[in-house]
Design a protein around this ligand. Structure first.
Ligand SMILES: Cc1cc2nc3c(=O)[nH]c(=O)nc-3n(C[C@H](O)[C@H](O)[C@H](O)COP(=O)(O)OP(=O)(O)OC[C@H]3O[C@@H](n4cnc5c(N)ncnc54)[C@H](O)[C@@H]3O)c2cc1C
Length: 480
């Protein structure tokens, strides 16, 4: 709660700028903002504000600067690494009321949107012009485009089309001091430093994106979507490597293991083969001519790799059902356990069988059930650890298992995050991936742009000797 003696006029100043309905300060109002989808890290902001314009965002940031308060930008709160919570309190700026699509320019294949527009809403609108926004996180019906930019989000179709950074032309941002400026723009190749590239993926630590100029891609003329069932994860992994090595770049190449299939079938009864140890969902897209030939080749390669069943979706409703199953998969796990943590490591594709075996062993060692649903084509793993958050002993085991999974990814020559970011969850692992010099260079950039370290503090880059971060990591069980 904001100490009235330290910040006597704060709430009044915020209400004067935003109006009374856009400032939330009562405990029950702030409660829902204390975590994102990584629910093991919680920190309640002192106040939450809901601005409707860039001007209002800038005014709020200036008020926070005058009061010396941290600022935490927030989209829909679907982040999975604890990037959107307030370990030091402060002002949370939720952009969900800035949700207007300001314009679609089909000739230049671009869209100008406010940061709080939901990902899927943009593609729905752009489909009128036979175009869409390519990054399609499985959370796309909820997450915001501003959140996608901050996390450099990916999705099933980013294997072929690239992640968010490949689809951002320009950004209007409010800096940590409350200034408003544009990074990048409609013209290709802006001279000077690539500040746009720096901002994308900066997890709310360098400023607040308020308006986004995004690239749209044409809807493909045709698609073929297939399901391949395997008796072992090794065979499914072999199929992934074989396909890519054969020069086929599917639009999407996703894997689900037996636990996920069990949950999805229990929830939705899609009719997936329950005897499979692993399923691949594969999608090809492009010009109609030649797509059938390519699909036959893909199905033959899957069979050669050991698939005992390969299905081609016969029509659009069947295709949509396959994708619905994939995108609802993590939600369906709610049937198996009250709580879950979704990890996000990247490994070279050829290491999939080894690392998946290590993850299974980690699960056994810690007596935890771990399900896998992931972007196999990118080697982007998402082990989902199932547990009960009400049991502190289980939470401790989850944190240890999560930490060991990330270590296994690093040992395999991989990375700490494919798309969910570092947030607060993986702060302690940064020093395992980067040298002290690497981290010092990153800190120097952050210090230059946010010298008072108020923008989303205790996230992304560890600060040596920081008390807040130490206590934040202690909050995560001190496992890191
Ligand atoms: C079921 C489920 C499936 C998911 N699937 C995927 C997936 O396939 N691919 C993927 O990449 N992610 C996935 N995610 C993670 C999450 O949806 C993405 O990271 C998404 O980009 C977060 O958007 P958000 O609006 O919810 O951001 P939030 O969670 O609100 O914020 C995320 C981070 O961005 C910062 N931020 C938010 N808005 C702004 C802004 N306007 N300016 C500056 N900083 C900002 C916040 O401070 C925070 O650090 C999934 C999550 C869930 C729950």
């Amino acid at each position: 709660m904001i100490a009235p003696d330290r910040h006597p006029d704060l709430l009044k100043q915020l209400r004067d700028v935003l109006g009374p309905d856009a400032v939330l300060s009562r405990p029950h109002e702030r409660l829902v903002y204390e975590s994102d989808a990584f629910t093991l890290a919680r920190g309640r902001p002192d106040a939450v504000v809901l601005p409707r314009s860039t001007h209002e965002v800038a005014e709020v940031v200036k008020i926070a600067a005058r009061h010396g308060l941290p600022v935490i930008p927030r989209g829909a709160g679907t982040g999975l690494s604890g990037g959107c919570m307030a370990p030091q309190g402060g002002l949370m700026i939720a952009l969900t009321r800035m949700n207007r699509i300001l314009g679609i320019d089909p000739l230049n294949r671009s869209a100008l949107v406010e940061a709080g527009v939901v990902n899927l809403a943009l593609s729905r609108e752009a489909h009128r012009h036979a175009q869409h926004f390519a990054p399609d996180p499985s959370s796309q019906s909820a997450c915001t485009l501003g959140g996608n930019v901050a996390e450099n989000a990916g999705g099933p179709h980013t294997l072929k089309y690239g992640v968010t950074t490949n689809h951002v032309l320009g950004l209007e941002i409010v800096t940590p001091e409350g200034d408003t400026l544009w990074l990048g723009g409609p013209a290709e190749d802006c001279p000077g430093y690539d500040l746009l590239g720096l901002f994308v993926g900066s997890e709310g630590t360098l400023g607040i994106a308020t308006r986004l100029l995004l690239r749209l891609v044409p809807d493909p003329q045709s698609k073929r979507t297939m399901l391949a069932a395997f008796q072992s994860v090794e065979d499914a992994s072999k199929a992934v490597s074989t396909l890519i090595a054969a020069g086929i770049i599917p639009a999407a190449l996703e894997m689900m293991d037996r636990t996920i299939v069990e949950a999805v079938e229990a929830a939705f009864a899609f009719g997936f083969p329950r005897d499979a140890a692993a399923l691949l969902i594969l999608e090809l897209d492009g010009l109609e001519a030649g797509l059938d030939t390519q699909a036959k080749r893909v199905m033959a390669l899957c069979r050669a790799a050991g698939a005992h069943e390969v299905r081609l979706a016969k029509d659009e409703p069947e295709r949509e059902r396959l994708w619905l199953a994939r995108k609802m998969a993590i939600g369906a796990l709610g049937r198996l356990a009250p709580s879950k943590v979704t990890q996000d490591g990247v490994i070279p594709r050829t290491q999939l069988p080894d690392v998946l075996a290590k993850i299974a062993a980690i699960g056994e060692r810690h007596r935890l059930r771990i399900a896998n649903v992931f972007h196999a084509g990118d080697g982007n793993l998402h082990p989902v650890i199932l547990f009960d958050e009400r049991d502190p002993e289980q939470v401790q085991r989850v944190l240890e298992a999560g930490s060991q999974i990330l270590d296994a990814c690093l040992e395999a020559g991989g990375s700490l995050s494919g798309e969910h970011g570092i947030g607060i969850e993986k702060l302690g692992h940064m020093a395992r991936m980067f040298t002290p010099e690497d981290l010092a260079a990153m800190r120097a950039v952050r210090d230059a742009l946010d010298p008072r370290a108020r923008m989303n503090p205790a996230k992304l880059i560890p600060t040596p000797g920081s008390c807040t971060e130490t206590s934040a990591l202690a909050m995560l069980g001190g496992s890191q």
